[in-house]
Design a protein around this ligand. Structure first.
Ligand code: SF4
Length: 423
């Protein structure tokens, strides 16, 4: 990673965020429907070889962009040998330009029980400056119930080691609404985590996803579905989370994310602010030039593509490819490529933007879409304001605490009927 650019050079380049998917885990958790699972060393090695080739396929086409954040997620990226991660970042450094170190955020997801001093040192030396720990709970019985591989004390040991090695920007993922969980046990987890003083805490509710062992047990026909906390308890948990974290200096900046000042996750902000992002690896999603697509979910298709990619580049008439555009699929792995209509972009602006507690800006809406927000959503905004669900203050519109409590309902108000299509 050595291609830093001056402010002058950066002004004309477009901001770009990168996501890299590492689909390997030590063991599958019982609630998880992510594209991830255990694997052997040979498959891990060939996956990374394919990944490096995918990155290389962008060579010469990234001139208009400058990268300010990279998120290495999964899966559990920390369960693979750190040499793969080091090389991954080096390969990205050969193809993309980056903002200087102090403005660059490079995150890797790590799970307790899969890291040690040597891995963490490698991460640090290659420029990773943010860790995201998947913890979920501080209670042994809850960790066990979720099918996690680690204990709380293992997490604490790993966390303190990371701090000792100089990582000062750490997120901890927590999960509420677990079977059998009450407000007391959630608060205990929160207080324990706060004592460690991480800069960022994500607090999501458990989702019962089809196809998981949890769905069998806690889904609509599951024998244990009544063990899930009631909606009232969930709401109490939501409210107490905000109160407690605020008391300890964490600001809620997005519906489920809290941070100390200046430590909001820059990478995730891209998703909520409509900044372009490019995904690498199986299943990863990209949003470039108002076009969304995802890579194939099939490991085999992905690895086969690596074999054909070189030939594909050689046989493509380069005159047909605008070298500054990332939309050309040399690798042949993209699926569901959709160029978003103006209506879809407007919906996303509202739905993602209102997830941030600072909300959206009316003037940004106008400069982006060439039409005043009130012309499109005037009646809805008026009604939601009267119901106490949003606040409108000069240029800004944001959700009230009550609006956040029922955010799914509020955000769905911004979806268009088929009859209201804007082009
Ligand atoms: S560690 Fe994360 S990605 Fe892996 S199985 Fe568990 S929840 Fe899924």
């Amino acid at each position: 990673m050595n291609k830093d650019y001056s402010i002058e050079q950066r002004t004309w380049k477009k901001d770009l965020r990168l996501y890299v998917h590492v689909p390997f885990c030590a063991k599958k958790c019982d609630y998880c429907d992510f594209l991830s699972g255990p694997s052997d060393e040979e498959s891990i090695k060939s996956y990374f070889e394919a990944l490096y080739k995918e990155i290389k396929s962008y060579e010469g086409r990234t001139h208009d962009y400058i990268v300010s954040s990279i998120f290495i997620g999964g899966g559990t990226p920390s369960c693979v040998n750190s040499e793969y991660i080091v090389r991954l970042l080096k390969e990205l450094g050969k193809v993309f330009d980056f903002v200087p170190d102090e403005n660059r955020e490079i995150t890797i997801e790590v799970n307790p029980g899969t890291i040690d001093a040597s891995k963490l040192t490698d991460y640090k030396n290659v420029g990773i400056n943010r860790l995201s720990f998947g913890l979920q709970s501080s209670h042994e019985h809850e960790l066990k119930l979720l099918g996690r591989i680690h204990s709380y004390s293992e997490f604490e040991e790993n966390y303190l080691l990371a701090v000792e090695l100089g990582f000062n920007n750490i997120n901890i993922d927590l999960m509420s609404a677990l079977p059998g969980q009450d407000l007391k046990s959630w608060e205990e987890t929160l207080y324990r985590i706060i004592k460690l003083n991480p800069k960022h805490i994500s607090a999501y509710s458990l989702m019962i996803e089809e196809g998981t062992p949890f769905y069998e047990k806690y889904g609509p026909d599951g024998e244990y579905k009544d063990n899930l906390p009631s909606e009232e308890i969930e709401l109490l948990i939501y409210r107490r989370t905000k109160e407690i974290l605020l008391q300890y200096g964490y600001e809620r900046y997005e519906i489920s994310n809290y941070a100390k000042k200046g430590y909001e996750c820059r990478h995730n902000m891209a998703y909520w602010e409509g900044i372009p992002y490019l995904g690498f690896g199986i299943g990863s999603v990209s949003f470039i030039e108002n076009t969304r697509f995802n890579n194939t979910n099939s490991l085999k298709e992905y690895q086969d593509a690596a074999l054909y990619c070189h030939n594909n580049i050689m046989s493509t008439n380069m005159a047909d490819v605008d070298k500054n555009v990332l939309l050309y699929d040399f690798y042949g792995i993209r699926r569901d490529m959709i160029s978003l209509t103006k209506s879809q972009l407007i919906e996303e602006f509202m739905i993602f933007g209102l997830r941030k507690t600072k909300g959206i800006s009316k003037s940004k809406f106008f400069s982006r879409f060439g039409v005043a927000i009130d012309e499109i959503y005037g009646d809805i905004l008026f009604r939601l304001k009267n119901e106490g669900l949003i606040i409108i203050d000069k240029d800004a519109v944001w959700l009230t605490d009550y609006g956040i409590d029922v955010s799914n309902r509020v955000l769905s108000e911004f979806l268009f009927d088929k009859s209201e299509i804007y082009s």
